[in-house]
Design a protein around this ligand. Structure first.
Ligand SMILES: Nc1ncnc2c1ncn2[C@@H]1O[C@H](COP(=O)(O)OP(=O)(O)OP(=O)(O)O)[C@@H](O)[C@H]1O
Length: 266
């Protein structure tokens, strides 16, 4: 993979203040009170249905919380104009549904829309940024292909490339390694860590404890009953807590300076 990543456009983080997400029919969980600071990579772990996607959509302003607030650079999400918000906050969604036929390059260029006036065409610079983002995700050569013809992993990388072209200060990513082979999982996690090192705040939902252990500096554990705990990765990725989280016995070890967890057979 090659290409030049854009500069982070700003360095403001995200704050969750006494945030209770709204999961229909479920009692209030623990209020979330934490800050995702520039330079940090947060991983959210939890079993199916725990509320990870609901949380991510709440942080993106796509659904209201039951109570509490989400602040971006000190202002509530509702106080931001849509375009200004779109320049600061990017979302890699879990699934994308094709609205209308579009090529790979046209899709990556959507990431530049927050920077265009209503009737403006993309500039040569926008094109270069979109092409650079595609190259970074190993999609150069596929620019004229229809998105509907891409494999699952190629589509996933296109979603990440589109947000890379958007160049937000805050990245929200819902299982960004979905459908990816091991090399591309590594490349995408490396890219997110690189964005954080460039001053972005990164918040992602993951199912892979070992990817979280390797690349996240902070972890939020979301339990199905709404309880939650969070903190630095070393303190959160503890066998007993993870066994309770997933209802699965684990065996832990240390490899290459990182904790690794594998399911116990008995
Ligand atoms: N509109 C809705 N009406 C009723 N229940 C809903 C609605 N949207 C989500 N839920 C429920 O809320 C819970 C949390 O869903 P969410 O998608 O946030 O979980 P998740 O942790 O991301 O799960 P997964 O790991 O399977 O992706 C689930 O039990 C889901 O069925």
């Amino acid at each position: 993979m090659s290409g030049t990543a854009p500069q982070a456009s700003t360095t403001a983080g995200l704050a969750l203040r006494e945030l209770v997400i709204d999961i229909p029919g479920r009692p209030d969980g623990d209020p979330l009170d934490l800050a995702v600071a520039p330079g940090e990579v947060w991983g959210v772990l939890g079993p199916n249905g725990a509320g990870k996607t609901t949380l991510l959509h709440t942080l993106a302003g796509l659904r209201p919380p039951r109570s509490g607030a989400v602040r971006l650079a000190g202002r509530g999400l509702g106080q931001w104009r849509r375009k200004a918000l779109a320049r600061r906050l990017g979302v890699v969604f879990q699934e994308r549904h094709d609205g209308f036929p579009a090529t790979v390059l046209e899709t990556a260029l959507i990431g530049r829309h927050p920077y265009l006036a209503p009737w403006d065409l993309e500039t040569a610079e926008d094109l270069a940024i979109a092409r650079g983002a595609l190259a970074r995700l190993g999609l150069d050569g596929l620019e004229e292909r229809l998105v509907s013809t891409l494999s699952g992993g190629e589509r996933q990388r296109l979603s990440v490339a589109t947000v890379l072209a958007q160049d937000p200060a805050v990245w929200l990513a819902d299982e960004p390694t979905n459908h990816l082979d091991l090399r591309h999982q590594t490349a995408v996690m490396g890219l997110l860590a690189e964005r954080a090192a460039a001053g972005c705040a990164v918040f992602l939902c993951l199912h892979d404890i070992n990817l979280a252990a390797r690349w996240c500096d902070h972890i939020l554990l979301l339990y199905p009953d709404g309880s939650a705990c969070w903190g630095p990765t070393g303190a959160m990725l503890v066998t007993e807590a993870l066994e309770r989280l997933y209802g699965q016995r684990l065996v832990a070890g240390q490899v290459d300076g990182t904790r690794v967890f594998v399911p116990a057979l008995r």
